[in-house]
Design a protein. Structure first.
Length: 367
């Protein structure tokens, strides 16, 4: 029996691909032991037990960004987290560590190296995080979600996707999706969303220009986010929802998507072959623009900076695109040719290869 330790968390961007791989490992071998290493503060503290996996803890120790008290105490606190991870590896007889970035990943990488356990790294963003930069230096295998990601030894494997996305048959579910949102399956639909908390910039732009979308012969499905106070104007062909827990059905109905450019979002939309207009979140290190760059380069998507996204921009760029069937068809073909639905299986293949090398068998599934 093989024991896998999947390390990562903090945000959904780290937890969701981790859980997709955990599910893939469990589906393949019900006798395998799949453990997760995380922190008590991260999103994994809720999501991992809900999915039925044992969750082991290490202290949350952020890398210091500047001199100060946190930097002075970092070596001691990080050494403690590494010791905790080493104890988990020994106590459970871990055969391989698979890291997805986040606070739990860095001590797991160091602990695995000191215990002689192979490491596999998966990087979800086009711009790697510090933990994965550290882990990739001595990893047995490194997978990246986006082509061009600068990470030592990185191989393009795509994003491990939620099963409902990876297996989605959009055509088969289009009718059910239209019924759920009170729209027509016969008319093209523009899907706009900004994540669970929404995106005020997108909401305001489509509050201003939503009627122009309808005038172009399209329907509008606008997911505003739970904190939004935007009210439904009651137009026929328009549906406003604060939250959607069946995004697979929203994607099944979508013929074009306007949204932010988080790594999972870009990967899911590309995998499903849906044309997109990305409006990257303006705060942070610019990673959302980098996440979207590959899709834009291949012609599967367009990009509009956040500061330029207004109702006028919707009318001047989005609405003409809605009327240009040939341009949308080109974008759709480009997305279908570049999207990757097999990210989970690809990461598991890296894990098998690392295990094979560690056991001297060469590539292949563990026995």
């Amino acid at each position: 029996m093989t024991t896998y330790l999947l390390a990562g968390g903090g945000t959904a961007g780290h937890v969701n691909p981790l859980l997709a791989v955990a599910d893939g490992l469990r589906d393949r071998d019900a006798d395998a032991e799949v453990l997760v290493l995380g922190t008590r503060e991260g999103l994994e503290a809720r999501l991992v037990p809900e999915r039925g996996y044992p969750l082991l803890f290490v202290d949350k120790v952020p890398f210091p960004r500047r001199p100060g008290a946190a930097a002075a105490t970092f070596p001691r606190r990080f050494a403690r987290a590494v010791a905790q991870a080493r104890s988990h590896i020994r106590d459970h007889g871990v055969d391989v560590v698979v890291g997805f970035g986040g606070y739990a990943a860095a001590p797991a990488y160091v602990a695995a190296r000191r215990e002689g356990v192979p490491v596999v790294v998966h990087e979800a963003n086009a711009k790697p995080g510090l933990a994965n930069v550290l882990g990739a230096r001595r990893a047995a295998a490194v997978g990246v979600a986006f082509e061009g990601t600068r990470l030592r030894g990185g191989e393009l494997v795509g994003m491990p996707l939620r099963r409902e996305i990876a297996d989605l048959d959009r055509d088969a579910l289009r009718g059910a999706a239209a019924a759920l949102f009170g729209l027509s399956a016969e008319r093209p639909t523009l899907l706009v969303f900004g994540g669970s908390l929404g995106a005020q910039r997108l909401n305001e732009a489509f509050e201003d220009a939503g009627s122009a979308v309808l005038d172009a012969g399209w329907q509008l499905l606008l997911v505003t986010g739970e904190r939004s106070e935007l009210e439904d104007p009651g137009r026929e062909g328009q549906a406003i929802r604060r939250y959607v827990d069946r995004m697979d059905l929203a994607f099944a109905l979508a013929d074009l998507v306007v949204c932010r450019a988080g790594a999972a979002t870009v990967s899911e939309i590309s995998a499903l072959g849906i044309p997109a207009v990305y409006v990257p979140y303006a705060v942070g290190n610019g990673e959302q623009s980098l996440n979207a760059a590959g899709a834009v380069r291949t012609g599967a998507a367009r990009l509009i900076p956040d500061t330029e996204f207004t109702g006028d921009r919707v009318r001047s760029e989005i609405v003409p695109l809605l009327r240009d069937r040939e341009a949308l068809d080109r974008m759709r073909r480009a997305a279908a040719s570049t999207g990757i639905r097999t990210g989970t299986a690809n990461v598991i293949s890296l894990v098998d290869r690392a295990l094979g090398r560690a056991l001297g068998r060469g590539p292949g599934s563990p026995t």
